[in-house]
Write a protein that binds this ligand. Structure first.
Ligand code: PEP
Ligand code: MN
Length: 370
């Protein structure tokens, strides 16, 4: 059971203290507060865990500062969407809202190659009205002999250029908890010109210590990729690790599953799970068409498979698109085969707009408000 308290309740207030004192008298029940800092208000949610089968919502509704009660129906308590759950399905970070009801495009470099490439990419994003991007500094590679990313050395120029071109959020994969400190330090050094969304890749979906580190900090939101060889439920529980440590500003990314059933694509595209994740949880859902498809092959109609699956995801209600671009794909240091060229950026944006409009129309014919 979750007790949602009235907004902006202080932990020091008499009301809050008397609520906590009462909850401590419940046998075999632990009360775990979870603070959600929103743009306008701070909400305290108290999760009652343990032997909760005997608890009745009625026994809690008149307690001091309790404004709402949610009965937990899913194992992922914090990120889950339970019956009559009116908790938010969105958050705002550095001026950009991430929601189950909107869409943001993160086009950018799979791996930072050179300062010039970063600048060309960001300039193109600004010219096309975009304020988000992806930039890989730490790359998890199958071979230890492959390029591992420029690491912290590229962060200062990546952040400075982001400031120059008005980029508000950069999705950046981390593979070790130290990378969070390195990102923090580089942002401080450059005067915080931009924001970072920490990306946890598919190889680390169940790296529980990394999840705990990314969950303990609340400065940066987290983009968690679905594990490519585990069940959806297991990946959702990984997201709950982040939330249970205190950070529930999470976006869940679908990026294809590892099986040769999807050949000739790099992974088996799993975007049919967009509505499923939005039904089961409060997280906005991202799609990564580049790592799902892995090539720039075109269909008989001339449209690339990457653009086709992007549109398929958007028409099903995807909230974010993470997609590889490179100003000079032949010089890309990672995943060159799947990097879209800059001239494809306005094409992508228009295609996404068409599919998004179609999604909103689909909601209308069903009488659902967007
Ligand atoms: C990436 O986005 O660069 C990446 C490595 O993705 P994934 O973890 O999905 O393979
Ligand atoms: Mn990649």
């Amino acid at each position: 059971m979750i007790l949602i308290l009235a907004p902006d309740i202080s932990n020091d207030s008499g009301e809050y203290q008397s609520l906590i004192t009462y909850l401590k008298t419940l046998k075999n029940i632990e009360a775990r507060p979870h603070i959600v800092k929103g743009k306008e208000q701070t909400l305290t949610e108290i999760y009652l865990v343990g032997d909760t089968s005997q608890l009745k919502a009625d026994d809690f509704k008149d307690l001091p500062c309790v404004s709402n009660i949610v009965k937990i129906s899913k194992p992922y308590k914090i990120i889950g969407k339970h019956a009559d759950d009116k908790r938010p399905t969105e958050f705002t970070y550095n001026g950009i809202t991430f929601s189950q009801d909107n869409i943001n495009i993160f086009a950018g470099l799979c791996a930072v190659s050179t300062r010039e490439h970063v600048e060309s990419m960001m300039k193109a994003l600004k010219e096309n009205g975009q304020q988000c991007t992806r930039m890989g500094a730490y790359k998890p590679r199958t071979s230890p002999y492959s390029f591992q990313g420029h690491g912290k050395n590229c962060l200062p120029y990546v952040f400075e250029l982001a400031g120059k071109y008005d980029i508000k959020v950069i999705a950046m994969e981390i593979t070790h908890e130290d990378h969070i400190d390195e990102i923090n330090e580089a942002l401080e050094l450059t005067g915080n010109p931009t924001g970072v969304m920490l990306q946890i890749g598919t190889r680390n979906t169940q790296n529980f210590e990394l999840l705990k580190s990314a969950g303990k900090q609340t400065r940066f939101p987290v983009l968690l990729k679905r594990g490519f060889g585990i069940t959806l439920e297991e990946s959702l529980m990984a997201a709950e690790y982040l939330a249970s440590e205190g950070n529930s500003n999470i976006i869940f990314a679908l990026r294809g599953m590892k099986t040769n059933m999807g050949d000739p694509h790099r992974n088996f595209v799993d975007f049919a799970h967009i509505p499923v994740v939005k039904r089961l949880t409060r997280m906005p859902v991202c799609i990564d068409p580049s790592h799902s498809v892995g090539t720039l092959d075109r269909g008989a109609d001339g449209i690339t498979d990457v653009m086709h699956v992007t549109a398929q995801g958007v028409i099903s209600g995807a909230n974010m698109i993470l997609i590889d671009f490179h100003p000079e794909p032949t010089k890309a240091l990672v995943d060159a085969m799947q990097a879209n060229t800059i001239d494809q950026l306005p094409v992508l944006i228009e295609d996404v707009n068409i599919a998004r409009e179609a999604y909103l129309k689909r909601l209308q014919i069903k009488g659902i408000k967007p």
